[in-house]
Design a protein around this ligand. Structure first.
Ligand SMILES: C[S@@+](CC[C@H](N)C(=O)[O-])C[C@H]1O[C@@H](n2cnc3c(N)ncnc32)[C@H](O)[C@@H]1O
Length: 219
């Protein structure tokens, strides 16, 4: 299985070392940020997990054992291979549709109770987020659905800004991501008529764990 280069990049080359790199730089902090709102996934939910990488978050969701079905949408075939191997090796229970592809691989009649995007929105420019990525995913979210986002935000300290800049440069070089600066993805979600339900700042203000819903379902 090959992965073509999309605007979110091709992470095949990075896949074998991705988790180690993340651990060396952040320890377990990025993982902790991703589970903050997992308890909000309702029992029996259908979940779209986009860009789940090697499957650590998938494992956490499956271990909770209350989802009906998960679509694991990943552009990197190497990441998908690792995630599916993890599920088999750990005998994780649950129904998962592993799909190599981007948002265009979603089927016209698919809909989900929960969308999860862990460290994915930061790969794109604001134009791509507003015109393509967010609308495509949002089209599959049920009217009362939740969108759980964990991602980097503009950090307060100078060293954090430098670290973020270095990471974006690194993934531009190794994976060919289109972003050359961090998009204001929270603004883009508001632009898509979503409303923030809950927020938790993580990693010293570098990361935000958010729960978003359709604006009309807030009323
Ligand atoms: C920065 S990594 C994050 C991986 C994982 N969520 C984590 O935090 O360890 C971004 C992931 O998103 C995937 N990706 C990029 N663009 C995508 C798209 N349009 N649709 C689905 N996955 C995408 C990449 O292949 C990569 O595995």
């Amino acid at each position: 299985m090959a992965s073509k280069l999309t605007s979110g990049g091709n992470f095949n080359w990075v896949a074998p070392v991705y988790d180690t790199l993340a651990f060396v730089v952040f320890g377990h902090k990025l993982q902790r940020a991703q589970v903050v709102f997992l308890d909000q996934i309702p029992a029996g939910a259908s979940v779209l997990l986009v860009g789940g990488g090697t499957g650590w978050l998938l494992e956490q969701i499956l271990k909770r054992g209350n989802t009906k079905r998960i679509v694991y949408l990943e552009t990197s075939s190497k990441m998908v291979a690792r995630a599916s191997r993890r599920m088999i090796q750990k005998s994780l229970p649950g129904s998962v549709d592993f799909r190599v592809g981007d948002e265009t691989a979603l089927l016209p009649d698919e809909s989900f109770d929960v969308i999860v995007t862990p460290f994915v929105l930061d790969l794109f420019t604001e134009t791509t987020l507003k015109t393509r990525f967010i609308p495509s995913l949002l089209g599959t979210l049920k009217p009362t659905g939740l969108w759980l986002v964990t991602d980097f935000v503009q950090p307060p300290a100078r060293w954090q800004k430098a670290l973020l800049w270095t990471m974006i440069r690194f993934f531009r070089l190794t994976a060919g991501i289109e972003a050359n600066k961090l998009a204001n993805w929270q603004q883009c979600l508001l632009y898509a008529n979503l409303a923030l339900r809950e927020r938790n700042c993580q990693v010293g203000g570098m990361v935000s764990a958010d729960v978003w819903v359709r604006a009309q379902s807030q009323r």
